[in-house]
Design a protein around this ligand. Structure first.
Ligand SMILES: Nc1ncnc2c1ncn2[C@@H]1O[C@H](COP(=O)(O)OP(=O)(O)OP(=O)(O)O)[C@@H](O)[C@H]1O
Length: 263
């Protein structure tokens, strides 16, 4: 953790442990995600990878209360939060960064951050903005600019900063690098998602850029057709021929040489 972050931080809570057991979820009682179990220890970065339509966003939606849970349970530390409403999940310490509609485009960067801090006492909002601006220095110089007029990478940083306003113990990120140029995507993952964990928070991240997210993950789960197919450390998955062939689109060395290619 940088000295700046340590100095700016007051009483940051520890990252939460996430336990998902046998979770089924879907739409209109039709399951899309089937009996998925995943775990993240405090401070870990845990990723879920898988092809389009495999149920990644549905899984996250079930965790954060926007998709119906049809079975199983979700616990944050020892607290059962299964099926809680989104605002209660936020109060429990979960910060969600959606794939789309991640910021309010007509509002300024500052107004977006203020909205992110809506549960804070008024006197704590500005110090918290100062803190997140120290974490995302690019945003510090554009607080008065409309969110709709900043770049895609800056916009995703703003979405993360907005979630950070309430000091979540668990960040849930839905494909944060979608539509970002490869270099920007790598910076976001390597610097900012890693930074969340370096700050003590736990992160659950869904990505299609399997290779890039493996590089920052403590453990990765592979979802296909709504069910978990594999899980392991990045080293374990990269040594699996099945994983490389099915989810990285070729040999491990070929995947390494095409770092920006999606599976
Ligand atoms: N609101 C919804 N109502 C009904 N079905 C939905 C809804 N949202 C998603 N689905 C269906 O659920 C399945 C899984 O979609 P989901 O978005 O969870 O996958 P994903 O892995 O996140 O895909 P992507 O990588 O493209 O975002 C798909 O068949 C999709 O059509």
């Amino acid at each position: 953790m940088s000295a700046d972050r340590q100095k700016a931080d007051h009483g940051r809570p520890m990252g939460a442990a996430l336990l998902v057991e046998g979770l089924s979820a879907g739409y209109d009682t039709r399951p899309v995600v089937h009996e998925v179990s995943i775990a993240a220890e405090p401070g870990e970065i845990v990723s879920v990878v898988g092809p389009n339509g495999s149920g990644k966003s549905t899984l996250l939606g079930a965790l954060i209360g926007t998709v119906e849970v049809l079975g199983g349970r979700v616990a944050l530390d020892s607290q059962d939060i299964t099926g809680w409403a989104p605002e209660d999940v936020v109060r429990a310490g979960v910060g969600y960064v959606p794939q789309v509609d991640d910021v309010f485009a007509p509002l300024t960067v500052r107004e977006n951050l203020e909205m992110g801090g809506y549960l804070l006492p008024a006197r704590e909002v500005q110090p918290r903005i100062d803190y997140v601006a120290s974490v995302f220095p690019q945003l510090a110089g554009m607080l008065g600019r409309r969110a709709g007029r900043i770049s895609g990478g800056e916009r995703k940083m703003l979405a993360m900063a907005r979630a950070m306003m309430l000091q979540p113990r668990l960040f849930v990120l839905d494909e944060p690098t979608a539509n970002l140029a490869p270099a920007v995507a790598n910076e976001l993952l390597e610097e900012h998602v890693r930074g969340l964990a370096a700050d003590g928070a736990t992160a659950l991240i869904v990505e299609q850029r399997a290779r890039a997210v493996l590089a920052i993950s403590d453990r990765t789960y592979v979802l296909a057709g709504g069910t978990l197919r594999m899980s392991g450390t990045p080293a374990e998955l990269l040594s699996s021929r099945q994983f490389v062939a099915s989810f990285l689109g070729g040999s491990a060395s070929a995947a390494e040489s095409r770092p920006d290619e999606r599976p």
